[in-house]
Ligand binder design. Structure first.
Ligand code: 5GP
Length: 179
């Protein structure tokens, strides 16, 4: 699996340091509030579990499954769909959406709309990776791990055709593997 990697962008140590720093900020920002973390299956799982352990507050977790746009369709023509709904109600709760990567913002825009109609007390977004220059839909992002270049990345939860999620770092793949 490691032979398929072209370039490691963020090592395990760098990811851990950044996640701890995000955890400290979120701990400060949400002090005294009841925090509810929601991630999107499956790419956000690894980030969620590390981030949750870096937040020193009582919190709860939930997962939302969606079939995302994820570059599979022409923007604006596709439709995201919930494949696994939340288990818990979010009305009146302070929700922090934990995302793996935001690219065009289409997926996030859809998720925000479907969460906001449930009337949480607040809704913020934390993403590990961001490509702000690729946005089609402008949606507010409150916490960002790293901005990344326009290259397809895998590892630390992110996949290519279901594989590479368990790489402990974020990397690009050799072009012959995914083109
Ligand atoms: P957006 O809707 O913002 O264009 O895309 C967000 C989704 O696209 C992410 O949740 C992820 O599933 C997928 N995605 C975007 N860029 C990458 C990437 O570089 N690598 C992987 N593995 N998925 C990506």
């Amino acid at each position: 699996m490691h032979d398929d990697v072209a370039q490691v962008l963020f090592t395990r140590a760098r990811l851990q340091a950044r996640v701890r720093a995000l955890g400290r900020r979120i701990t400060r920002d949400y002090a005294g509030r009841d925090l509810h973390l929601i991630t999107i299956l499956r790419g956000g799982l690894f980030f969620l579990t590390d981030l949750a352990r870096a937040i020193e507050l009582p919190l709860s977790l939930d997962c939302l499954g969606i079939s995302s746009y994820a570059g599979q369709v022409t923007p604006g023509q596709g439709r995201a769909r919930i494949t696994k709904d939340l288990d818990d109600q979010i009305e009146g709760r302070h929700v922090l959406l934990v995302e793996d990567i935001i690219d065009t913002g289409l997926t996030l825009g859809y998720i925000r709309r479907s969460l906001l109609v449930r009337e949480p007390a607040s809704l913020r977004v934390c993403t590990l990776l961001d490509r702000p220059y690729r946005r089609i839909v402008e949606t507010p992002v409150d916490y960002v791990g790293f901005e990344i270049p326009d290259a397809f990345v895998v590892g630390y939860g992110l996949d290519w055709r279901g594989r590479y999620r368990n790489l402990p770092f974020i990397a690009t793949l050799k072009p012959e593997l995914h083109t």
